[in-house]
Design a protein around this ligand. Structure first.
Ligand code: FE2
Length: 280
């Protein structure tokens, strides 16, 4: 099974000056079974940005494209509705006991919001079957409305756990926008709850974005003896500071001893685009 990871497209004012068509051709040249997009498809969560990002993602020819929401995508009271309309959707997992939830703006105030759906978190589980292997793709919403830092609602993790415990699958992975292992200026505030969840469900691979930098890291808990790998990929098509290249990851034969990790960098020199590929 081959996986291609993209992240941080930032359609809108932070989108790059590169050629999106050329980028799509490059992405589509890899025989990926699954493409995962780990959030921040937009800059400010505007409907026009969501439309453009959705159009780009539709240009990916892979049959299985799964996207999650990022903090930039949540800069709008209608973010969750736009994301479901233009980017991705599935059965949203709700907290079993709403009265115990603590995440800020998890529910919008009905008297001031004209949204149809007052619940703002987008957590879901997708099932992908490739070569008779069933993979659970656990999509976690680590974002808070209008905020850059992350927080994952524990009541929702409990609801997801109950669902996973009833499912049959061969392998699982988690997609989450914020890193659960490393910290930047806008970190996930309760990463320990998520690492507990990863351990509980024996998830071996976590994919994230957010920091616009590459960080591939294996974590081993010496007490519980579990281990997982976190793949943090840099931005795909963003106007970045000098020295911060756009990129994507291609994991050939993911989950096997023959896995090969390819890092594809996208270089922009004035208007000339080029690609480099490195085997990690
Ligand atoms: Fe982000």
């Amino acid at each position: 099974m081959n996986i291609l990871q993209i992240s941080d497209l930032h359609f809108g004012t932070r989108h790059w000056d590169g050629n999106d068509e050329m980028l799509l051709d490059k992405i589509n040249s890899y025989p990926a079974d699954l493409v995962i997009n780990t959030g921040d498809s937009t800059t400010d969560g505007l409907e026009s940005e969501y439309q453009d990002a959705g159009q780009f993602l539709k240009g990916i020819t892979c049959e299985n494209v799964i996207s999650i929401i990022g903090n930039h995508d949540k800069r709008n009271m209608r973010s969750h509705e736009y994301f479901e309309k233009y980017i991705d959707h599935d059965e949203i997992i709700l907290p079993s006991r709403p009265e115990l939830t603590t995440k800020k703006d998890l529910y919008l105030q009905r008297d001031i919001s004209k949204t149809k759906n007052y619940f703002t978190d987008l957590n879901y589980i997708k099932i992908v079957t490739i070569d008779s292997m069933t993979v659970l793709v656990i999509c976690i919403d680590s974002n808070i409305l209008y905020e850059e830092e992350g927080f994952v609602e524990e009541e929702i993790l409990r609801s997801i756990s109950r669902k996973i415990n009833r499912m049959k699958y061969d392998k699982s992975m988690m997609l989450i926008h914020h890193s659960i292992l490393t910290m930047d200026a806008e970190p996930l505030r309760n990463s320990f709850h998520v690492t507990d969840f990863v351990r509980e469900h024996k998830i071996e691979d976590v994919f994230c974005g957010h920091s616009h930098r590459l960080d591939l890291r294996k974590s081993t808990d010496l007490y519980f003896k579990n281990s997982f790998t976190q793949y943090m990929v840099g931005s795909l098509s963003t106007s970045n500071l000098m020295g911060n290249d756009n990129q994507f990851l291609y994991l050939e034969n993911w989950g096997t001893a023959e896995m090969r990790i390819h890092l594809i960098r996208i270089l922009l020199d004035d208007d000339v685009m080029s690609f480099t590929e490195e085997l990690i």
